[in-house]
Design a protein around this ligand. Structure first.
Ligand code: MLC
Ligand code: AMP
Length: 515
């Protein structure tokens, strides 16, 4: 019986010389392919020793490290489900994820052990380990006693490999269930479409708890047997230095904006580079053209989401399906990837003609099977004929290029992280003296977009904007904290009584962008 375990496919792509370098870190550590193989085997054996039911969840909130990536590989090997959590998440956020996903294993940083383990044990997890970014922690202390050989568990294509939580427009976060097939099919497609070649070297400077850093970047390198230059945290100066010994870079638009602020960024600095990929948030045309001018390279913009992995991409080279269209066009996200069906529809799921703006709907082997234990929510987001409604609004032009022009979901993307206004408003509305609130996204030169919250006090109450912001800090992940708060007598409403967020957006649109 064929084993569809994603780890097996990644392992099969390791180079013959297992002693060669697989990951070089910014702290000078050099991990070989054999190190990845052996350490992930030990961790997988540790997981096996726990006698967990198949497809148990392994929830992980740790700082970025190569060992954290090995834990991901070990979870795949053992046939369990990896549940990565942003390190910025606070107590109530973690409590929700653990309650909802019911992980059997929780791995956290040692500095958070006391409160995370308390939540985990309260919610029934039996195994809590620590893992720090300096190769210490109880996970490694335990794993080292296990064999460094492990046969990957046999998985079917639809077995789950990961659950990624994405916030909802209403209510709490939903766990997108991704299978081994979703992940492998997308990784294989990107390997071909982006022309990965032997000898490619990837600069890995993104966090590893979301699709971009965990799947697109790591799978890309592993599936090509390519070395990674591993940056624990994005630092434009260090990335600039590494351009001289790498060939592929992936980033959210903020990373490109910050690199452009480096005076040393020029054609000479990137002459060894082959490919620059951007995604997770809209890339401004100014950034796209400035990059071209300064480096001579054209950024390849692609579009994806947690529920679907990568959906579209500008061409890296000629694409037979679109003869004559080899250009990477700014302000577009390119063509649907091979195997992905993408249509622009009205709200009855009826396809619209070329160049008309509508809802983006998708289907393909990369599209998730549903939200964890939320069959009704899942059903709401799929059409009868099986297309997933992305919540993004866009069009396809006569040449086949897809552009995203907006979102029907009330979502702010700040520096590549998603912020759902309903969640933040829910917190603010609970504060003493608050009658109601509205969060809107406005342009920001660094993060692309940031949240601004408008608060209306209850009759007779007095509210200080700074007080609202400081109360939110510590309750919510830092990237969700609005960058500015205004206290108003009331919110603008239309005749139906609905809050007009567009009016607020217009009012504050130049808050951060006017010099
Ligand atoms: C940090 N801060 C942010 C922020 N990141 N504020 C808004 N939006 C963000 N994204 C704030 C912190 O709260 C803090 O505020 C201050 O900035 C400094 O924090 P920091 O941690 O030192 O920030 P920094 O390291 O500079 O981080 C910025 C960043 C990071 C851009 C490097 O946000 C990042 O790595 N973003 C990438 C996200 C990503 O990988 N997305 C992919 C999702 S997958 P204060 O007030 O406390 O000082 C996906 C699907 C797809 O979307 O298609 O790929
Ligand atoms: P996430 O839920 O974190 O996976 O975020 C997915 C969302 O990011 C998508 O639904 C889009 O709204 C947005 N996104 C991803 N890539 C792009 C892009 N290249 N341009 C514009 N928006 C993007």
């Amino acid at each position: 019986m064929k084993n569809h375990n994603l780890f097996q496919a990644l392992r099969d792509a390791f180079p013959k010389d297992l002693n060669s370098s697989a990951v070089l870190t910014d702290t000078g550590l050099d991990y070989s392919w054999l190190d990845l193989e052996r350490a992930s085997a030990m961790m997988a054996n540790l997981l096996d020793s726990l006698d967990l039911p198949p497809q148990s969840r392994v929830a992980v909130q740790v700082e970025k490290s190569v060992e954290a990536m090995m834990l991901y590989l070990a979870t795949l090997r053992a046939g369990h489900i990896f549940l990565p959590l942003n390190t910025a998440y606070q107590h109530s956020e973690i409590e929700y994820f653990i309650e909802n996903a019911e992980p059997a294993v929780v791995v956290c940083s040692s500095k958070n052990f006391s409160w995370v383990s308390q939540i985990a044990f309260n919610k029934g997890a039996k195994n809590v380990y620590t893992l720090d970014d300096d190769r210490t922690g109880s996970l490694l202390e335990r794993a080292v006693h296990f064999s460094d050989r492990h046969t990957p568990k046999v998985c079917s294509p639809s077995d789950l490999a990961a659950i990624l939580y994405t916030s909802g427009t209403t209510g709490r976060s939903k766990g997108a269930m991704l299978s081994h097939e979703n992940l492998l099919s997308n990784a294989l497609t990107l390997k071909k479409y982006w022309g990965w070649v032997p000898g490619d070297v990837l600069i890995h400077a993104l966090p590893i708890f979301h699709v971009h850093g965990l799947f697109v970047a790591i799978h890309g390198a592993l599936l090509n047997g390519s070395k990674m230059l591993w940056h624990a945290k994005f630092d434009p100066k260090r990335v600039l230095q590494d351009f001289s010994r790498a060939s592929v870079f992936m980033g959210v638009p903020t990373l490109y904006v910050r690199l452009l602020a480096e005076s040393g960024l020029n054609a000479q600095a990137v002459k060894r580079m082959r490919l620059f990929v951007a995604g997770s948030a809209p890339l401004l045309i100014e950034t796209f053209t400035e990059w071209q001018k300064r480096t001579g390279h054209t950024i390849l913009e692609r579009y994806g989401m947690s529920e679907t992995l990568m959906l579209t991409s500008n061409p890296y080279q000629a694409d037979d399906r679109y003869p004559g269209q080899v250009e990477r066009r700014g302000s577009t996200v390119g063509f649907p990837l091979p195997g992905v069906s993408l249509r622009i529809c009205d709200d009855q799921h009826q396809p619209l003609p070329v160049n008309e703006i509508g809802s983006i709907e998708v289907k393909g082997p990369n599209v998730f099977s549903g939200y964890w234990r939320m069959p009704e929510k899942t059903a709401q987001e799929f059409s009868k004929d099986g297309f997933f409604v992305t919540g993004d609004v866009g069009k396809v032009d006569e040449r086949g290029y897809v552009s995203i022009v907006g979102r029907s979901k009330d979502l702010i993307i700040s520096g590549g992280y998603n912020v759902y206004p309903a969640e933040i408003e829910g917190y603010v509305n609970e504060f003493a003296g608050v009658a109601e609130s509205a969060l809107v996204g406005v342009s920001h030169p660094d993060f692309g977009e940031v949240g601004v919250v408008v608060v209306v006090p209850k009759a007779g109450a007095h509210l200080e904007p700074e007080g609202i912001i400081s109360k939110l800090k510590g309750q919510l992940a830092n990237f969700k904290i609005p960058k500015k708060c205004f206290v108003l007598d009331d919110l603008p409403r239309n005749t139906m009584g609905k809050v007009q967020k567009n009016v607020l957006r217009e009012q504050y649109k130049d808050l951060f962008t006017q010099s």
